[in-house]
Design a protein around this ligand. Sequence first.
Ligand code: ADP
Ligand code: MG
Length: 262
Amino acid sequence: MSFFRTEDLVVRYGRAPEPAVNRVTMSVPRGSLYAVLGPNGSGKSTLMRALLGGLEAEGGHSWIGDRDVGEWTRREIALEVGVVSQSESIAFPMTVRELVSMGRYPHLGPLRAEGEADRNAIRKALRWCDATELERRGVTTLSGGEFQRVRIARALAQEPAALALDEPTASLDIRHEMTIFALLRQSASDGMTVLLTTHNLNLASRFADRILLLDQGKVAAEGKAQEVLTAEILERVYRWPVAVQPDPETGAPQVIPRVGIR
Ligand code: ADP
Ligand code: MG
């Protein structure tokens, strides 16, 4: 059973000559970690936004669970899916604690105040993202990576059935990037559905159950890391020479960019 699914999905911005997402068929099994890869502008964010009902499709279909995306209300999606978009600007100043507690909003009725379960979820999410020490800081004072960790914590505090994260570790150092990937891997193994986009081919290779590789809006390859991350496919899509070797520890294919001849 898939959690997110698309069939021949086409998304076009305005009158652009080519669609940004071009007949993409994908299926994200429940309880799996699914990585969407692809060069800049290949349609990763567009696919993610369309999957969550944020962009209208020109063609094809997408489903969340067993219902067409269009049949879900925003609140229903917010209860089920924790979203970390690629970027976000803060409209008004608030503390880290306040931002992360916003993850609980879909669970709170109009009159219900934060309870023990809410406080626990917030505390755990902050701890998982190594953001407990940042709790009292103003969000506008954080570094890029700190802010990113806090945004991931907000999505986790929601305790959703699924997570959709657009380049969640883009500005994180090696320790925090590994912490987040390990956390997402564990969450998926515990039954959460995790869909993410990333430029980190090697961590996608090590942690993802399946990989979708996009190229100019189209599916260039889909499958297990061994099937998708081959030198031939990657050189064609990224137009850069690479070597691919199995990681000695895990056997996962690891991509080493070679010195290009320009
Ligand atoms: P990725 O996330 O893979 O880098 P995007 O999905 O953001 O790629 O973009 C896919 C294509 O759609 C790119 O050519 C990009 O320039 C274009 N695009 C993205 N957002 C918009 C927009 N709001 N209006 C017009 N074109 C857009
Ligand atoms: Mg993007």
